[in-house]
Design a protein around this ligand. Structure first.
Ligand code: KIV
Ligand code: ZN
Length: 388
């Protein structure tokens, strides 16, 4: 049986580190509260050795977190950083030390400048040290940075993962640190690693969205065997962002997978995150964009009108009311539009069009729209007055 997905949210760390103005304690506590409200139970609070403010916020979040929340913090594979990280989250009911170390050939050679065998040793030693601090009252996660670039040394990466699980890691995280290639190439690697890991180890993915495929890659990674999915709210994060929790949950929900999340709160949470991150929601953004309920072409308007009271609409991915959106379908009238739009727009004004009125009105509305673009309801009413 497929295991239920576990969301490990990194908005407070990967999201926060990409902001022009990283959040202060008060803002981080608000985002933490939003995550808890959504039902997310694994939350990465920050990167304590990055700044005194991040250390302080991790410490406070660990203190206020309810007993069901795992509070994580990221660290480099450096002993003093691991210690600082542990100290920042030690008060949580379940603290998680998250160690990151690059394992791709390119990064080991050009950035770390350390021989792979030494990197492997460092990975295992760092995990063992974290385990010695956290003992049995918390978790240790190991991340192979740039996993998505590890096609050619996957055997070495797998051996390193096994050295880490032997040393006490509970979670093995495979990030697409920079999204460069096909989702399938990534999920194929995930599948290979999962089959090599001991049964009790949690396999995790963390996908960035550089080429716009992070949601797809995360979802397919889950079906390839990863259980933990790392996300950010609204898909904020480094460069083009991280995998978007809302989108992934919506797909899984559509596929009948219980995410355990409170999806009714998605819209209000997304709006608040847009404000807090000063990253407005794009009008075409899946699920939340202003435009994604809009139908302007005649064929789509006809399908939308005929299925508007159904859970599955002809031209919408889901019943948006399930995520707290007040509107499922909206009609806009342009030269591309059809009768259904006019009927719908005028019905909203309490007007029922006769067949004759509709034929006359559509002609003049299309003509007007050729030069005026989308017609407002007021303009349609004005033109309607001429055909009565
Ligand atoms: O993108 C990345 O590789 C990361 C890791 C620390 C998980 O953010
Ligand atoms: Zn990342």
């Amino acid at each position: 049986m497929k295991k239920a997905p576990v969301f490990h949210d990194t908005t407070l760390r990967d999201g926060n580190q990409s902001l022009a103005k990283p959040w202060n304690l008060e803002e981080k506590l608000e985002v933490f509260g939003l995550l808890c409200g959504l039902g997310v139970e694994k939350i990465e609070a920050g990167f304590p050795s990055a700044s005194a403010m991040d250390f302080e916020t991790c410490r406070t979040i660990a203190e206020v977190a309810d007993g069901n929340i795992t509070v994580g913090a990221l660290t480099r594979a450096v002993e003093k950083d691991i210690k600082t990280t542990y100290e920042s989250i030690a008060h949580a009911a379940t603290p998680r030390i998250h160690i990151v170390l690059a394992l791709s050939p390119f990064t080991m050679e050009h950035v770390l400048k350390i021989h792979p065998q030494k990197v492997k040793q460092l990975a295992a030693e760092s995990v063992a040290y974290a385990r010695s601090l956290i003992k049995n009252r918390g978790e240790v996660q190991f991340t192979a940075e740039h996993f998505g670039d590890c096609m050619e040394n996957l055997d070495f990466v797998t051996e390193t993962f096994l050295a880490c699980t032997d040393a006490g890691a509970d979670i093995i995280n495979m990030p697409n640190t920079v999204e460069r290639y096909r989702p399938y190439l990534f999920t194929d690697m995930v599948e290979k690693v999962v089959s090599a890991l001991p049964e009790h180890i949690v396999a995790s993915v963390h996908c960035h969205n550089d080429l716009g495929m992070a949601t797809a890659t995360s979802v397919e990674s889950y079906f390839a065997g990863a259980v933990q999915i790392e996300t950010c709210l609204n898909g904020i994060g480094e460069r083009a962002g991280n995998a978007n929790l809302f989108e992934i949950a919506a797909v899984l929900n559509n596929c009948g997978v219980d995410t355990g999340l409170n999806i009714k709160l998605f819209v209000q949470t997304a709006k608040r995150i847009a404000e807090l991150s000063e990253t407005p929601i794009h009008q075409k953004a899946p699920l939340f964009g202003e435009e994604v309920v809009m139908h302007r072409s005649g064929i789509h308007q006809d399908g939308a009108a005929k299925t508007k009271h159904m859970t599955k609409g002809a031209y919408r991915p889901m019943d948006f009311s399930a995520i707290g959106r007040t509107e499922n379908d909206r009609m806009g009238f342009t030269s591309q539009s059809g009768r259904s739009a006019l009927a719908e727009i005028l019905a909203n004004e309490g007007i029922t069009l006769s067949g004759q009125q509709a034929s006359a009105l559509i002609r003049i509305c299309k003509k007007a729209s050729e030069t005026e673009g989308e017609l407002s309801t007021g303009r349609i009413l004005e033109l309607f007055a001429k055909v009565q």
